[in-house]
Design a protein around this ligand. Structure first.
Ligand code: GLN
Length: 508
């Protein structure tokens, strides 16, 4: 992109090319200030990002649906809010929404052929919250089908490319959102994380992302994969941006029975706190073989930076770490097989064009509508829940889940925060693991345990590995420690600039 590519609709009262240039790396706070000072309108800002999406998306495939008219109508409404003095944080800011969130009047596909004709009649709880503050939906992002995957290759809409290297995967399942932010097609995005789907793509694309404590963000209208693990959260360039996003996203929702009723908090309140005396736990099980040398180097350097900031490190142990992937691949498919039974070709979604009777219609609709990975999960889930296997697999996995949660409770008696790598390797090549599910599942080695325990986890950029591919630092907090985690991340981002880097070829 060249600066002049942005300057299509003069006359404007500011230097568009200069603004476009700075805008790409502006924080949400800076964009809000530009809007508040009337240096730019939301219609203009949205228009700039839409132009960038139009230019880049054919190469990256980060968005499934872009609807300029709908986005610009929202931007116009936001401008009216600003003009009447009713601006709130994020008013008029374009946000990319993962296509798992039901969005009224928009196609909501969940990356599946099954929902390729589904226009949602209602907004998800999270979308309502963005609408209430006057944020602008800039488009629906690509994702692994029903959020099942770690590479975005299971999407019915084709794979997303990693902005740092077009031959590499962006991670998944929120790979479209991660790519959109990394390529600066949106200043921020939403994701969901069942076993790592916010943190792993954030790590692989060099952005920041947080999976909140289970129950903090409403799951109403967020298409269910594994309900006891699914949690929505923000993806953005910096911890400061994540705090502003989480302030909008988090909150009680009576329509989600697992939503937590807590006093609302300002997640940005502790950003500036010094880290003197912070106790960082380093799980000995994380720093073993399996982690590649380039990732280890970057993570160790980041921990060194924290020591300079006044933090201390202590070794902790999470002895059941190795059980988290097997436990997850019993529980998540079990829940998925139940959740996905609603897609039967009757109520909404794909229906086979030809069939003989009702059963044949169900079978054909599901056979045609679901991709291979989704079918694999449904089969595993049905198996582990069936009579005779339920005790051996499902109940056993539930017991181990408890042990995994207890490991964290013991570790948090010794430290304030836990750190390690987000992923064992940097972004892998497209096609490298798509034929080997077990290899693919190992991508979430470090992230899955937090979902099983319901704990918050985040990933922030911590440098680059071989081939200039981003490395993510994983930060795990205790329940409801989001403000503290964002503080810990923000302080690192005050002394490093990894989070501000963007692929050279994409600078305006
Ligand atoms: N990669 C994991 C899976 O395939 C996690 C996905 C997610 O967090 N949605 O299930």
């Amino acid at each position: 992109m060249r600066p002049h590519d942005f300057g299509i609709h003069p006359p404007l009262f500011y230097d568009l090319s200069r603004l476009a240039n700075t805008m790409l790396n502006s924080s949400l706070k800076q964009l809000s200030a530009l809007l508040a000072a009337k240096k730019i309108s939301s219609v203009e800002l949205t228009g700039e990002f839409l132009k960038r999406v139009k230019a880049l998306n054919p190469d990256y495939n980060a968005f499934i649906t872009v609807d300029e008219k709908m986005s610009l109508a929202q931007a116009q409404a936001a401008d009216a809010m600003i003009a009447s003095g009713q601006a709130r944080p994020l008013t008029g800011i374009p946000i990319a929404q993962k296509d798992i969130f039901c969005t009224k009047g928009w196609l909501t596909t969940c990356g599946s052929k099954m929902l390729s004709n589904f226009v949602s009649p209602y907004d998800a709880g999270v979308i309502e919250r963005f609408n209430a503050v006057g944020a602008v939906n800039i488009g629906k992002t690509n994702m692994d089908e029903f959020a099942m995957g770690s590479s975005n290759e299971t999407s019915f809409y084709g794979p997303v490319k990693n902005p740092w290297d077009i031959t590499a995967v962006p991670g998944g399942s929120s790979g479209g959102s991660a790519c959109a932010v990394a390529a600066r097609m949106a200043p921020a995005a939403t994701g969901t994380d069942t076993g790592g789907s916010i943190r792993q793509p954030a790590a692989l694309c060099g952005i920041s992302g947080i999976k909140p404590t289970y129950g903090l963000v409403s799951r109403y209208g967020m298409i269910a994969f594994a309900s006891s693990l699914d949690q929505g959260g923000p993806m953005a360039k910096s911890a400061e941006d994540l705090a502003l996003m989480l302030n909008v996203m988090a909150g009680f929702d009576t329509r989600d029975s697992t939503s937590l009723q807590r006093a609302s908090e300002d997640y940005a309140r502790d950003l500036a706190k010094p880290l003197q005396g912070l106790r960082i736990g380093l799980p000995k099980e994380y720093f073993v073989e399996g982690m590649s040398a380039d990732v280890a180097r970057a993570v160790e350097a980041a921990i060194g930076e924290y020591r300079k900031l006044g933090a201390e490190t202590v070794e902790v142990s999470l002895p059941n770490t190795k059980l988290s992937i097997p436990v997850y691949y019993v529980l998540a498919p079990a829940e998925a097989s139940s959740n996905l039974s609603r897609f039967d070709g009757v109520r909404y979604g794909h229906r086979a064009p030809e069939y003989i009777d009702l059963n044949d219609m169900y079978q054909k609709s599901r056979a045609q509508g679901f991709g291979a990975e989704v079918k694999r999960r449904i089969l595993i889930g049905t198996y582990v829940l069936s009579h005779g296997y339920y005790d051996a697999y499902y109940i056993q996995a539930q017991k181990l889940r408890r042990l995994i949660a207890q490991d964290f409770a013991a570790a948090f008696a010794q430290c304030d925060i836990i750190m390690g790598p987000t992923t064992p390797t940097t972004a892998f090549a497209l096609g490298e693991k798509s034929g080997n599910p077990v290899q693919m599942y190992l991508s979430d080695t470090y992230t899955i345990a937090t979902n099983l325990a319901g704990l918050p986890g985040m990933s922030i950029p911590a440098g680059f590995g071989d081939n200039n591919r981003p490395v993510g630092l994983h930060i795990i907090g205790n329940y409801f420690a989001e403000a503290q985690m964002l503080n810990v991340a923000h302080q690192y981002q005050q002394v490093t600039d990894w989070h501000m880097r963007m692929p050279d070829k994409l600078t305006a």
